[in-house]
Design a protein around this ligand. Structure first.
Ligand SMILES: Nc1nc2c(ncn2[C@@H]2O[C@H](COP(=O)(O)OP(=O)(O)OP(=O)(O)O)[C@@H](O)[C@H]2O)c(=O)[nH]1
Ligand SMILES: Nc1nc2c(ncn2[C@@H]2O[C@H](COP(=O)(O)OP(=O)(O)OP(=O)(O)O)[C@@H](O)[C@H]2O)c(=O)[nH]1
Length: 440
């Protein structure tokens, strides 16, 4: 499980600036992917040796100071419940405020690492002025400038040293890990109960990790499956209603650990923005995805209804054209029996290896039939392709111009691989690499 780091602090202290600094987002790539919804609030960070999920709790526009306090408390509560580590950001320019003190009092009482950070310390001058903050009485204060990248590296060294990277990998090669994700109320727990069978209620909970996620093992036709965070899915409805945007975090966490993600949609609502966020993340994480349109029993149908809904899904999730779609009723059990068969199909492809010989035969054919466009007037040459991994199937193509291959050409090659090797339900990764680099 990747740890979650939450950035908390008043508006305008520089949370987003720090977030972007840590994420190091490359804009061009993003724009190339049609339809991927980028939520600026969440990101998986892989730039450092140890990956983590970063959450920016900001973006509020409070009108009154009362509201400000309330929202800061909400943010902090979220961070306390969900995060593994908290970056509490204050502002050297704005000085120490009562709201800061209030939150520090809350954070002091929790049993998680908290880093107290003063941002906008752009130089020695502000460094001297930051002395004020020592009256908070916290052990260590980090001064940084998110904008000018001052002190951020040192901060991250300390942060990563503290993070609870539990390497108790429950990696069991045989088992298929399934995450059930979706907005509140789409029917996740009903579906989970369906998949497990009501009688076998959490028969054998695998006791958890730091975040007490309880997974459930079950078998179908003697094949083992793991349903990720079963307890979380069942628990949620009963606890305090979560802020919509934070419910995404649960999804992220489950997706991270899954092989196959069941993206549950509510047939009554159609596709919503929240759905596209969750699916976008599953896509970026490279997981096998299946759309499960639930509550199909509530829809008044004629013979074009299913087609129309399918179209809506394809239009909203352009980046997941390969994901199968199932129309079910978790409540009545209609077609839920098909889910595991579909999971098996996706999983099989997700783990599939193709031989280098066969791969290159198809690759050469594809290149012959449709040459890569020139890159700034220079010819793009390919040397060979090889599969470097599974889950999802990942391919490296060696070329003279790794930077000069257009996204549409990449998609073309990917589609040829899909057709030739029957990768109809899994994401694929394609990496272009210069010939001199021998790593991986
Ligand atoms: N001088 C200076 N300005 C900074 C620094 N970091 C951020 N800022 C500026 O502070 C302002 C607020 O930064 P944001 O990152 O949007 O702040 P935020 O905390 O995310 O604000 P909300 O989204 O409203 O919660 C912007 O104008 C930034 O350019 C810094 O290190 N030094
Ligand atoms: N008509 C109909 N109702 C359903 C179906 N599946 C679930 N429901 C109802 O939808 C409501 C929400 O179902 P849950 O399973 O609790 O949804 P959830 O996604 O786990 O909800 P959260 O815990 O809020 O995330 C309940 O009242 C269910 O009875 C279905 O297939 N058809």
């Amino acid at each position: 499980m990747k740890p979650i780091i939450a950035i908390v602090g008043r508006p305008n202290v520089g949370k987003s600036t720090l977030f972007n600094r840590l994420v190091g987002r490359r804009k061009a790539m993003v724009d190339d992917m049609p339809g991927v919804t980028r939520d600026r609030n969440y990101a998986e960070v892989n730039r450092f040796d140890l990956p983590f999920i970063l959450v920016d709790t900001g973006g509020f526009e409070p009108e009154t100071s009362d509201k400000l306090l309330q929202q800061m408390r909400e943010q902090s509560r979220f961070a306390m419940d969900e995060a593994d580590l908290i970056l509490f950001v204050m502002d050297a320019r704005g000085g120490l405020t009562p709201a800061d003190r209030d939150v520090v009092e809350m954070l002091r009482r929790i049993n998680k690492p908290v880093f107290y950070i003063i941002n906008k310390v752009d130089g020695e001058k502000q460094e001297a002025e930051a002395g004020d903050f020592y009256s908070l009485g916290v052990d260590h204060i980090h001064t940084i400038s998110a904008e000018h990248n001052r002190g951020v590296g040192d901060l991250m060294d300390e942060v990563l040293a503290v993070l609870p990277y539990n390497r108790d990998k429950d990696e069991d090669e045989e088992i298929t890990r399934i995450a059930v994700v979706g907005r509140p109320n789409v029917g996740k727990s009903t579906l989970v109960n369906r998949l497990l069978g009501y009688e076998r209620v959490v028969a054998n909970p695998t006791a958890g990790t730091t975040r007490d996620a309880v997974d459930t093992r079950f078998t179908v036709n003697k094949k083992p499956y793991l349903l990720i965070d079963t307890a979380g899915i069942r628990r949620k409805g009963k606890t305090v209603q979560k802020i919509e945007k934070y419910s995404v975090v649960d999804a992220l966490r489950s997706i991270d650990r899954a092989d196959v993600v069941l993206i549950v949609l509510n047939a009554e609502d159609g596709v919503t923005e929240q759905d596209t966020k969750i699916a976008g993340y599953a896509y970026e994480a490279g997981r096998g995805c299946i759309f499960v349109v639930n509550k199909w029993d509530t829809v008044v149908k004629d013979n074009s209804t299913m087609g129309k809904f399918t179209e809506e899904i394809r239009r909203n999730f352009k980046y997941l054209p390969f994901a199968p779609i199932l129309f079910v009723s978790a409540q009545s059990g209609q077609r839920t029996g098909k889910i595991i068969a579909e999971v098996d199909l996706v999983m099989e492809q997700y783990c599939k290896r193709v031989s280098t010989g066969e791969l290159n035969r198809i690759f050469n054919q594809a290149v012959d039939e449709n040459h890569a466009p020139l890159d700034g007037g220079r010819r793009v040459k390919f040397y060979y392709a090889t599969q470097v991994g599974v889950k999802p199937p990942s391919f490296v193509v060696f070329t003279n111009r790794p930077e000069g291959i257009h996204f549409s050409y990449e998609r073309y090659i990917m589609n040829r691989f899909r057709e030739a090797f029957g990768f109809s339900g899994t994401p694929l990764k394609l990496i272009f690499r210069g010939r001199d680099k021998k790593d991986t």
